[in-house]
Design a protein around this ligand. Structure first.
Ligand SMILES: *Cc1c(COP(=O)(O)O)cnc(C)c1O
Length: 862
């Protein structure tokens, strides 16, 4: 039946508990152990049933339980503690940001993402990209960065997973009840809802705005599910990653174009726009259009302003992972910008193309983002390298190593991912600042002072909790599909709380190779059953091994679903339910339980397709050694002290052979290293050498692969500089932007008339180590001036291919300009090692307002 009126009914809290509401409406609770304990204490069962949603908890809890809590001094004392910590957090004496940047800046960073993973109670994320965005906001809040998030609020979001009796993934889409989530509808002072209007072909689409408070950082989410929109438009914000290409374009227009308008409606004036993946790149179009119409800039001038203040982070090393739209769809949906920009259709489309002349090339959102950003990064060192190759075509004159795409390695938010008991332990032994400490801070040495016994007991508790959690999840799923009593009995005794537990949880994308460990089933069974006893400290151990696995396949990804089914079939083999469990409905809560309670974290992607991978970082922060292919973040971690590498990063170019070699390497690692070390116990049953690995994982990986470090990197390397450029280019009614646009036009016109006339060296052919070599170059700059260029001399070893290797740059100095227009540059270099060496000369454009010398993609080599 359809309601005739609808109401938003709020819970009736006793006065003494009124402040619980402020705690419930700020996601700060998701990383404060005291606040989590408080909500759980209120009603443990309901807390689980609501999927850890404090707003729903307070709305559904029995009134007599609330009255009881309001009269319970223990509860009130805990509430006061949580509230005091919350108050202190919201009003700190000085934040990191204020310390490094001062208190008077007018900076504002707008962070755009199609998904945000902040809590399991808000299913508006699908995987790593969203969780990263959520952790980014949390750390920005911790550091006091003036950042606001922009995203979409999905009515149904990403699906819940359950399994059929045949082990086939089924999807359910529970409806998000926005009024029972920690969301606030954003209104005008008058009380009227703020509405954003975005033009789409032949109509406008309206959106309302919700605010989600993440500590000190607000996240604004757009929602089109309102009656003024047509049925189709209401559904734009229905699903995350559902629907066809057209729907995806609708969503990306809403995020990018609607997002810019939303910030204006709130009177926020961002100085930096950060695009987390290319989904939001349409924001560049709207910003350019507004600058042209409001500040009367030309397209080129507006582009300078937009580019200077934009940051783009790419997340996928596989071309198939990038949004590509057919050119005709782009002109259909955002064609009104072509006219507004005074561009030809091909000029406009080249914003999303690698090759401006390739009329068949689809429009790539990543290319659009790169063309309109001045800082571009991948998410691990290896991914940076892969991205430079992948996007090399955008800078046809540059060698791949010079392509201006750098990397900032991902991290995870420590307080959100480290288990409660381990947080207490680290607070005691290291001090509460451990969660934001840098690798150089002395407190990491204190990890050695934690008694092995204490650390090990805490870990054993987490493993025990994981096993209980898995059993109850399995039972719940079986009950919901009316399974037999025998099946339920099996689930009740799944796994073994004392066995070596290997965790694997991620999206079931095929490149992640979730079933690699199943390649030799007989060998795997021997490993699981602990067939060869291990003797240590006079005792015989049966080295039993078990796997806990979780993950969702995208609803359209049948090969991914087949992998899940293969695992389910294996769990049903005789006796295997003690040794392997598939936990249904992987989400942030399952992830948190697993990264704390497993002993080893397994990762078997096809290198280099895992751009970073973050679940392994969560595990490392909980003291788990990683057992992983050398890919993403693990390639740059200390993979000897804090875990084990599978293979050496080889690429055989043959998928079948690659799988065979790496599965074999995995079994060998388990048999030779992991299992013996885990079951090597002293007389008190403590695995001393294993605990050393735990300590190394904590002290080496936590400070490095942490979003506190990551967001500080973004601030120092990207945000501050972009913000400074933004202010400079806007000065004097955009005078600097106009100057830069004109200068670029002039340089572009004359660049290829530059001639390198000759290079002389003070010595020829032979030199001794340490001897000074004088290099003199004569260059005809034509219509350009010496101040327009920078001349760099590179020196280095010549490799077998005849190319300079690890070349070291020296800026050359202009000594004079002759009357016939030759500019003479010199530099002095000397060689520190012997062998076959060479020099090269490079010319780049130079201007104070350029964000970097490769911005224009112009370069000349001699
Ligand atoms: C951390 C996390 C991920 C990302 O894990 P990867 O190792 O990058 O695959 C995905 N989903 C959830 C729920 C997570 O918590």
């Amino acid at each position: 039946m359809k309601p005739i009126r609808t109401f938003n009914v709020s819970p009736c809290l006793p006065e003494r508990l009124e402040q619980l509401r402020s705690l419930a409406y700020n996601l700060y609770w998701t990383w404060n152990t005291e606040a989590i304990a408080l909500f759980r204490r209120l009603d443990p069962q309901l807390w689980e049933q609501t999927n850890h949603n404090p707003v729903r908890l307070l709305g559904q809890i029995r009134q007599d339980r609330l009255l009881e809590a309001a009269a319970d001094n223990g509860f009130l004392a805990q509430m006061e503690r949580a509230l005091a910590q919350f108050q202190e957090y919201c009003h700190p004496e000085q934040t990191w940001y204020q310390r490094v940047r001062g208190t008077t800046t007018k900076e504002c960073i707008a962070y755009f993402s199609l998904e945000f993973g902040l809590s399991e109670c808000l299913p508006i994320y699908s995987g790593g990209l969203g969780v990263l965005a959520g952790d980014h906001l949390k750390s920005a809040s911790d550091l006091g960065l003036p950042l606001v998030g922009v995203g979409l609020l999905y009515q149904k979001g990403y699906f819940s997973q359950y399994l059929s009796a045949e082990g086939w993934q089924q999807e359910r889409y529970p409806i998000n009840d926005f009024y029972n989530l920690p969301l606030t509808l954003v209104t005008h002072p008058s009380g009227a809802e703020i509405r954003i209007v975005v033009p789409y072909p032949n109509r406008d689409v309206h959106a309302r705005v919700w605010r989600l408070q993440v500590g000190r950082v607000p996240l604004y989410l757009l929602d089109t599910n309102i009656p003024v929109n047509s049925a189709y438009d209401q559904d734009i914000t229905d699903y995350l990653y559902g629907g066809d290409v057209d729907l995806r374009i609708h969503q990306e227009m809403l995020l990018g174009i609607g997002g810019v308008k939303l910030l204006q409606a709130l009177d926020l004036r961002p100085t930096v726009y950060h695009m987390n993946e290319g989904h939001s790149a349409f924001l560049s179009l709207e910003r350019i259009r507004q600058l042209m119409s409001e500040a009367h800039l030309s397209y080129d001038e507006a582009l300078q302003v937009v580019q200077a203040s934009q940051v783009f982070t790419t997340h996928t090393p596989v071309p198939a992972g990038i949004d590509l739209f057919p050119a005709d769809k782009i002109t259909y949906y955002v064609g009104h910008y072509i006219e507004a920009f005074n561009l030809s259709q091909q000029e406009f489309l080249s914003l999303g193309r690698m090759n401006p002349g390739a009329f068949q090339e689809p429009f790539s959102m990543a290319n659009l983002a790169i063309h309109t950003a001045s800082f571009v990064n991948g998410v691990s060192a290896l991914h940076g390298e892969v991205s430079r190759q992948m996007f090399q075509g955008l800078w046809p004159n540059l060698p791949p190593t010079e392509v201006p795409i750098t990397s900032i390695t991902n991290g995870v938010h420590a307080r959100s991912w480290v288990s409660e008991p381990l947080q207490y332990l680290l607070d005691i032994y290291l001090g509460p600042q451990w969660s934001e400490a840098a690798i150089t801070d002395a407190l990491w040495q204190r990890v050695d002072s934690i008694p092995d016994e204490e650390l090990w007991r805490i870990h054993e508790i987490c493993r025990y909790q994981l096993v209980m959690f898995v059993r109850s999840r399995l039972q719940r799923m079986l009950q919901s599909r009316s399974a037999t009593a025998a099946e339920l009995a099996q689930a009740a005794e799944a796994l073994d709380p004392t066995a070596l537990t290997i965790g694997f949880a991620r999206r079931f994308a095929t490149y992640k190779r979730a079933t690699l460990f199943l390649r030799d089933v007989e060998r795997l069974r021997r490993i699981l059953l602990g067939s060869v006893p291990i003797k240590s400290s006079g005792k015989q151990h049966r080295p039993i091994v078990q796997f806990v696995i979780a993950g969702k396949a995208h609803p359209n990804d049948n090969p991914g679903k087949e992998l899940i089914q293969e695992i389910i079939h294996f769990t049903r083999q005789e006796g295997m339910h003690h040794h392997i469990a598939f936990v249904p409905d992987y989400d942030m809560h399952v992830a948190k339980m697993m990264v704390a309670g497993c002993d080893v974290w397994l990762n078997t992607p096809l290198r280099p397709q895992e751009a970073s991978g973050t679940s392994g970082m969560k595990a490392a922060m909980n003291g788990l050694p990683n057992l992983s292919i050398l890919d993403g973040w693990w390639d740059e971690a200390d993979y000897v002290k804090t875990g084990w590498a599978i293979g050496h990063g080889e690429n055989y170019g043959d998928r079948h052979y690659q799988d065979q070699v790496e599965a074999n390497a995995l079994y060998e690692r388990l048999e030779r290293d992991v299992i013996p070390l885990f079951y090597e116990r002293d007389e008190n049953d403590i695995p001393r050498r294993w605990v050393q690995k735990i300590k190394a994982a904590l002290s080496l990986n936590t400070p490095q692969f942490n979003t506190a470090r990551m967001v500080r990197d973004y601030a120092h390397r990207a945000y501050f500089a972009a913000s400074d450029r933004h202010f400079v280019l806007r000065e004097n009614n955009y005078g600097a932007a106009k100057e830069l646009a004109q200068w670029k036009e002039r340089v572009l016109e004359h660049w290829y008339t530059i001639q390198i006339l000759g290079v002389e060296t003070s010595r020829e052919h032979t030199l001794t180590v340490g001897e000074v070599l004088e290099v003199k170059a004569a260059i005809a700059l034509g219509a350009l001036e010496p101040r327009d260029v920078q001349v760099t001399l590179f020196q280095g070893r010549v490799n077998e291919a005849g190319l300079l290797e690890e070349a070291c740059p020296t800026l050359m100095t202009l000594v004079r300009t002759t009357s016939d227009g030759r500019s003479i540059y010199t530099a002095q270099v000397s060689y520190e090692s012997s062998g076959y060496q060479g020099i090269a000369l490079q010319l780049l454009p130079r201007h104070a307002y350029l964000s970097h010398p490769y911005e224009m993609g112009l370069v000349l080599w001699a």
